[in-house]
Design a protein around this ligand. Structure first.
Ligand code: PLP
Length: 287
């Protein structure tokens, strides 16, 4: 693989970050995950806007315009000869002093990796996921705002650890009040009496781009979509449940904390949305 870093393309074996990089020392940076479908980067503008908003919030000046960055992403995909791929775009504060002060970092580092990705095995898209809720709480907006896609993903890493220890692949984070927020790297939806329900992001969730797409798709199909707080109980008694994310796409959930959701198989609304999501990601590229 050819990796874009420090302004040029280097072979994977040479793509190394300085130990003085504050992205490494302090998790001081931001990132995005994007998908390439049939040679086109899906919703690259939306991802780049979120990236620049995250950067603004943490006062990190990305030394490239949005158009330039988009161009380098396209080039990275081309150079690696990929038609279907995942792009990881990382902007770190760059190398500086050992101390915390980000103002000692003069050159933010831009890294673009394009590679294959499979978050969950294919069979789980047909069968559905068993998930759990975990003790690790989602940050509330008074701490590091979850809307910032920062390199501080320890919360999410802990959630993944807690999920794996429970023998499952994904888990849900609640906020300090017990409201369901999101998964370790995906947003959550319930279906109840034909209506789609997802938590408002102010509870503590990333404003997922897949979440947005799914809400639009569902509305276009005539479903009512509401953003409203809900608890674990509501998840247990939902008719259907699924997760959304750039890497995960739309994936059904069939049990939560050993409570079977619906009849324990992916529900009709979930299946319909999996299908239309797959269609839209490839179609949008062809326009
Ligand atoms: N929530 C978290 C914490 C994430 O890291 C991600 C992945 O980017 C998502 C949700 C899903 O967001 P998107 O659909 O934009 O990939």
């Amino acid at each position: 693989r050819l990796i874009y870093m420090s302004g040029k393309f280097v072979p994977q074996s040479e793509a190394k970050v300085s130990v003085f990089d504050h992205g490494f020392l302090y998790g001081d940076g931001i990132f995005e995950g994007l998908r390439v479908y049939e040679g086109n980067i899906y919703k690259s503008r939306e991802h780049l806007i979120r990236l620049y908003e995250s950067a603004k919030s943490i006062m990190l000046d990305i030394p490239m315009t949005i158009d330039e960055l988009e161009e380098v992403m396209v080039e990275t995909v081309k150079k690696n000869d990929l038609r279907n791929a995942y792009i990881r775009l990382v902007i770190s504060r760059g190398p500086g002093d050992l101390g915390l002060d980000p103002f000692t970092c003069k050159n933010p580092e831009i890294i673009i990796i394009a590679d294959q990705v499979r978050l969950f095995p294919q069979e789980l898209y047909d069968k559905g996921l068993d998930i759990v809720t975990v003790p690790t709480r989602r940050n509330t907006p008074d701490a590091l705002n979850p809307k910032i896609k920062s390199l501080n993903y320890l919360n999410n890493v802990l959630v993944k650890i807690e999920a794996r220890r429970a023998g499952v692949l994904e888990a849900l984070m609640l906020n300090h009040e017990g409201y369901v927020c999101e998964g370790s790297g995906d947003n959550i939806f319930l279906v109840k009496k034909g209506k789609l329900i997802t938590p408002p992001t102010y509870l503590g969730a990333l404003e997922g781009i897949t979440r947005e797409t799914v809400m639009e798709l569902a509305k276009a199909k005539g479903y009512e979509v509401v953003e409203t707080p809900f608890t674990r109980h509501d998840v247990y008694v939902a008719d259907e449940c699924f997760l959304t994310g750039t890497a995960a796409e739309v994936i059904p959930v069939i049990s939560v904390d050993d409570r079977i959701v619906g009849d324990g198989t992916p529900g009709p609304v979930t299946k319909e949305l999996i299908q239309s999501y797959r269609q839209v990601v490839t179609e949008d590229g062809r326009q």
